[in-house]
Design a protein around this ligand. Structure first.
Ligand code: SF4
Length: 263
């Protein structure tokens, strides 16, 4: 977890869950797994247990300690809706997001059915909060397009797609009720190639539908060299954020204490 992030579309990462298991081709070269497994068995390290899933309740209050408003990517090293994360814990994570209303939270999952089901029920209180954005990962047609449908049918103020790593042409996609699209190619050793035509297709769909489009990277083995220009320019569009005031320090301290009691 970090209050700074090198991920182009966020400011900070918050990991109240660590570790995950693979669900679809987009997971094949999971950067989080590679990172976490480097530290397996290192005593005292946050990833001493490698990429094994575990909840980290002592990190629940972290965003409340960040006074400057940030875009916060929730669980960059896991998937909040993983089947081993109890509903009750997911509700606590959402309660913290609701309380820390001066941030903008970005929740991204490949377990889109569970997210949809919880947004309709136990997470209803957080679904319509404009500072909490709910998103799904899309890598191909077979696995990704059904996730878009699950997301669209969930109650949510802001819905987004992270189309990364883009592994094939998605063809025509329905972007109704989608508020943001991020696209990127895979990076690192063994990165699967992306084609410009696939990106252009999505960019044009976004333009037609009036959906903000963010092109993150071409990827590849040398991601910095490949850059992130498309047709001679960068695409950095992001939905408008609600900017709420930071809680006063006394109230904040009380809230932090009550959250830490939940742990
Ligand atoms: S769902 Fe995400 S975090 Fe989990 S294995 Fe797949 S890519 Fe990695």
């Amino acid at each position: 977890m970090s209050d700074r992030s090198s991920i182009e579309w966020t400011d900070a990462t918050w990991n109240p869950v660590r570790g995950c298991t693979k669900v679809s081709p987009g997971c094949a070269n999971c950067y989080a797994e590679v990172f976490a497994e480097r530290f397996r068995g290192v005593p005292g390290h946050a990833y001493e247990q490698g990429f094994d899933l575990r909840i980290v309740p002592e990190k629940l209050s972290q965003p409340l300690h960040w006074h400057r408003p940030r875009m916060v990517f929730v669980n960059s090293m896991s998937d909040l809706f993983h089947e081993e994360v109890p509903d009750e814990y997911i509700v606590k994570v959402a309660q913290v997001m609701q309380l820390a209303g001066w941030h903008t939270f970005q929740v991204l999952t490949k377990r889109s059915e569970r997210m949809r089901d919880l947004l309709r029920t136990k997470l209803k209180f957080a679904a319509e909060e404009p500072h909490i954005w709910w998103g799904v990962s899309v890598e191909n047609r077979r696995h990704g397009l059904p996730r878009i449908e699950h997301l669209r049918s969930a109650p949510a103020a802001v819905r987004f797609l992270s189309i990364e790593p883009l592994l094939e042409s998605l063809g025509t996609i329905d972007l109704s009720a989608i508020h943001w699209v991020i696209v990127g190619g895979e990076s690192g050793p063994g990165a699967r190639p992306i084609q410009e035509a696939w990106v252009v297709e999505i960019r044009d769909h976004c333009a037609q539908a009036g959906v903000p489009f963010f092109f993150k990277q071409w990827g590849g083995l040398r991601k910095a060299r490949a850059g992130r220009e498309l047709g001679g320019r960068t695409y950095n569009d992001v939905p408008e954020r609600v900017m709420r005031p930071v809680m006063d320090l006394d109230s904040l301290q009380n809230v932090i204490e009550s959250v830490e009691e939940l742990c």
